[in-house]
Design a protein around this ligand. Structure first.
Ligand SMILES: [Zn+2]
Length: 354
């Protein structure tokens, strides 16, 4: 399965070109829901994804170019990789939003989107929002998992390419189940997030960016992603309401695109999950955003071919762009949240195979 044939090589090369073209130009109409799933014919290729080293290099170059941006190392992974946070803090009094990607190392397109967004912030087009909102971006929290540099076998992971990407960290721990622990008992990546971010910065909003499987649908149509606010019963109702507003900004933005189609994520209420635990511990309004399809997995229905990369990266960029604008201009306070009352939970499309 992992042997690279000429056909697969050609496909992966065309994927690279498509990838580049899509991130700089527009997107094909109707791209959503038709992203090819892994079926043995298409290569699931990890080599086109940004490596940790490339990410660091990119962030350092952006920091040099962008007056408003500052890079901070918030801690180290199990394997000793520095974990970076990009900061745009113009005024401590401004509301602050944190974007977090890759708690799960095999969910990488959100990081690609965050990188694109950082580049946007360096251009004149969006820089005016920075006067009215503070932005923190942690791309690739689980850098060891993202690089497949882990203390367990990745033989069952199915993607081709230079590396595998794993959900858990190097110790095989799910970082998005660490959020109810005392900070000093957390895995190093989660501890860095708490000790040096939540304990040190006054944060109002968080979008926790993930990827889900490929077969979720709403109203009979495959979704491009799903969203959910904190559902732990002990979260302050006012924080839940602010979280629903954050979700409303995202929902209206993505649904207004021809390719965007979102469902409600059917998630647990446990306080060990970031969406719940962070809202509970710090009174931060949180939104989980699950993009369609993972970069690597042991389960073929979880991964998505790279032909979908363009619109999923675009979906991330639009999410980040729209929420910082809505917070900066205050429109988030009056956004219509009524869609939450009727938005159905996504369901899994029944398999055609026996
Ligand atoms: Zn995830």
């Amino acid at each position: 399965m992992k042997k690279i044939t000429k056909t697969m090589l050609a496909l992966s090369l065309s994927g690279v070109m498509t990838f580049g073209a899509l991130t700089t130009a527009g997107l094909p109409v109707g791209a959503v829901g038709n992203g090819p799933n892994y079926n043995g014919n298409e290569s699931i290729q990890t080599s086109i994804l940004t490596t940790y080293e490339e990410l660091v290099d990119y962030l350092e170059k952006q920091e040099q170019r962008q007056q408003a941006m500052e890079l901070e190392v918030i801690g180290e992974t199990v394997k000793g990789r520095d974990i970076y946070m990009a900061k745009y803090i113009s005024n401590e009094e401004n509301p602050t939003i944190l974007f977090l990607t890759q708690q799960h190392g095999n969910e990488q397109l959100t990081t690609e989107g965050a990188m694109e967004f950082i580049k946007h912030l360096g251009t004149g087009k969006t820089s005016s929002v920075l006067d009215n909102v503070n932005i923190l971006i942690i791309p690739m929290l689980n850098a060891d998992g993202a690089m497949g540099d882990v203390n367990f076998s990745t033989d069952d992971y199915i993607a081709s390419g230079d590396r595998h990407l794993t959900r858990t960290n190097a110790n095989n721990i799910d970082l998005n189940r660490e959020h109810n622990k005392p900070i000093d008992e957390m895995e190093p990546e989660a501890r860095a997030l708490y000790e040096n971010v939540f304990e040190k910065y006054e944060i109002d909003y968080l979008i926790d960016l993930h990827h889900q499987g490929t077969q979720s649908e709403r109203d009979g149509k495959l979704v491009s992603g799903s969203i959910l606010y904190p559902t732990n019963p002990n979260v302050d109702p006012a924080i839940v309401e602010d979280s629903k507003k954050l979700g409303a900004v995202v929902f209206h933005e993505i649904e207004s695109k021809g390719w965007g189609h979102l469902g409600k994520y059917n998630g647990g209420s446990g306080d060990n999950i970031g969406r719940n635990g962070i809202a509970l511990r710090y009174d931060i309004a949180t939104l989980l955003f699950e993009m369609r399809g993972m970069s690597d997995h042991t389960n073929p229905t979880a991964v998505l071919g790279q032909k979908s990369n363009g619109y999923l990266i675009r979906q991330t960029v639009n999410t980040l762009d729209s929420t910082v604008k809505a917070i900066a201009d205050g429109s988030i306070d009056t956004v219509d949240t009524s869609f939450w009352e009727t938005l159905p939970f996504q369901t899994t499309r029944p398999s055609n195979e026996e």
